[in-house]
Design a protein around this ligand. Sequence first.
Ligand code: NAD
Length: 459
Amino acid sequence: MGNSTEAIVQESLDALMEDQSFLPELKDLDRKKAFSSLHSILSTPDHVNKSFLRISLENGEVERIPAFRVQHNKMLGPYKGGIRFHQTVSEEEVSNFAALMTLKNALHEVPFGGGKGGVIINPREYSAKELNLICKKYVQNFNENLGPDKDIPAPDLGTGEREMDWMMGEYKNIHPGLPYRGSFTGKSVINGGSLGRRKATGKGVYLSFRYMLNDFVKKQEKWLSERDNRFARTALEHVDKPLSIAVQGFGNVGSVAALEAYQCTYLKNKVVAVSDHNVTLYNSEGLDIPNLVEYASNHEGDLPTNEEQLGKAEVKAIIRNRDDLLTMDTDVLILAALESQIHQENVKDVKARIIVEGANAPITREADQYLSDNGVIIIPDILANAGGAIVSYLEWLQGRDTQFLSEEQVYEQMYDKMKHTYDTIFPEFYGDPFPLRQNCYIHAVMKISTIIYRQGKLF
Ligand code: NAD
């Protein structure tokens, strides 16, 4: 497990050990030993699988590409987590994300464990034929570990429906006659994918913000105002106010979250800035998000980068440097691009008072501490971006039953599950000294620890 997740898991275990109402039958030395064992179990992955994919490139050369599948913990069900194609992938990063998946599934009561995959490539530098070969080799090389009841990958950065379709096809070839639909999620609908999967994470990300402010804080204003808590004060300052929102990343997660914010008519929100890997676009009156979505969908996902392109998109905006968005004077910042975007060097310039983590781990531990100390509300990744994981579970179920849900039914079930988690987390968050992230971890660790203990694994 990467350092930051490990440290927070350790803090959660420390808090739970002190709380004698949690597993009260464990006392004194037995309690100490049990919590030390839990730390060992949760801080190390079950398996770190590494392989080199042998690929014949179209130019005739052969390349060996490093690839990983880390299986962190399966106490709650088969391992589950995306496969990332990116040049910055590393064993440590994949292991950290696998642990986050264990915690995310536990928090939202999805009956899966945590896993994650990665391939060290820049997918933009490979042809479709080469990527197809990379996907097939990935399945061949990790075949023994994968399967609908063992480990179920999904898309992540650099992969999507196309790659999942290819991988499921290869899995089916290797296992003729066996059930295969549940082997991968995030597939195209024609291949057994779920309606609504692509938009699920972005919709859930916006829901987490809206639900916190409008459904929780607004209804609990009196209760919150009686508490001398830095986060409660920040929340109350933002209720029923027109809020400006900036969204970093304009892919599956960011563009959908921005569109949800734009379309949410009963909150007075304006999306004033969006960014992608090239550029930030800013308009203090609010950006025309539908036109930007339309433009990006016709330009390989990219936002307009000059006046001519803005004209074609019919969007009024000022063009700024890519990273300017992070420190703009907005109320809310939705981070939906990459990890470690807010760090020691830029954290003091961040002005947003509410930050929503659409991406996994977009804030470093040091920056997180600084922001929390200053009363900035951070809706953490495992709480905010679980929509995709939840709909992946629905996809897996639909693949088993061969009964398919409508898009509305998918969102309804996803919202119900997320709201159930929010209803558990939000009230406690303001009542005690922990930031929201720590509370989410405590809940997730509590759930897994109880199961580990009840299944007699601490002897
Ligand atoms: P994506 O590839 O569809 O989009 C990524 C976006 O980020 C693109 O617009 C890209 O241009 C932009 N980007 C890249 N580098 C940037 C930078 N330095 N500054 C600003 N923008 C930058 O990916 P996605 O599916 O939208 O995922 C975004 C993040 O959310 C990833 O970290 C992913 O792991 C995480 N996540 C995704 C899902 C999901 O269901 N898609 C679920 C949970 C978490």
